[in-house]
Design a protein around this ligand. Structure first.
Ligand SMILES: [Fe+2]
Length: 164
């Protein structure tokens, strides 16, 4: 049997290699007070995204639930979930199983953390009782980036470089 020749024309999406931590502050998209994300890959094929999350002291990433797996790697600083005892330190690998629910904070002795996260599917935001109050998926992330990059003067198409 002949082995097929695979070419980019077969529909393979373009690869991607970028400086993860941007030189231009405007590339960080505000998420909440003292919380930003920097998109790296917005994956519309499998549904999910890779980004850097930056949280400065007193920043809180609202309580949320993951319907699918999340993995992360701490690049700078340290952080913890209010619901767990452990602290993710610089250089730590983190796995968040489907069903995991948590609230991310930075300890008082840390000025800033930056963590790479690969998020599958969606983030479902919940209240104190675990009731759903909102969600994010790859499409809402793209729109959030687009709105910010327009406002920041980088243009509506700036986010397209991260979309696959
Ligand atoms: Fe999470």
């Amino acid at each position: 049997m002949a082995v097929p020749i695979i070419t980019p024309a077969a529909g393979i999406r373009p690869d991607l290699a970028v400086a993860a931590i941007p030189g231009d502050e405007r590339e960080w998209v505000p998420q909440a007070k003292d919380v930003w994300f920097r998109p790296l890959l917005l994956n519309t094929v499998t549904g999910g995204w890779c980004n850097l999350l930056r949280v400065r002291r007193s920043g809180i990433l609202q309580r949320h639930r993951h319907p699918m797996m999340v993995v992360g790697y701490v690049i700078r600083g340290r952080w913890k979930y209010l619901e767990h005892d452990w602290v993710a330190e610089e250089g730590s690998f983190v796995y968040e199983p489907p069903g995991e629910m948590h609230t991310l904070t930075v300890p008082d002795d840390c000025a800033e953390m930056i963590t790479f996260f690969n998020i599958s599917g969606a983030m479902v935001y919940v209240d104190e009782d675990g009731r759903t109050v909102g969600y994010e998926d790859v499409w809402s992330k793209i729109e959030m980036c687009r709105a910010h990059y327009v406002a920041a003067g980088l243009g509506a198409r700036f986010v397209d470089q991260f979309v696959r």
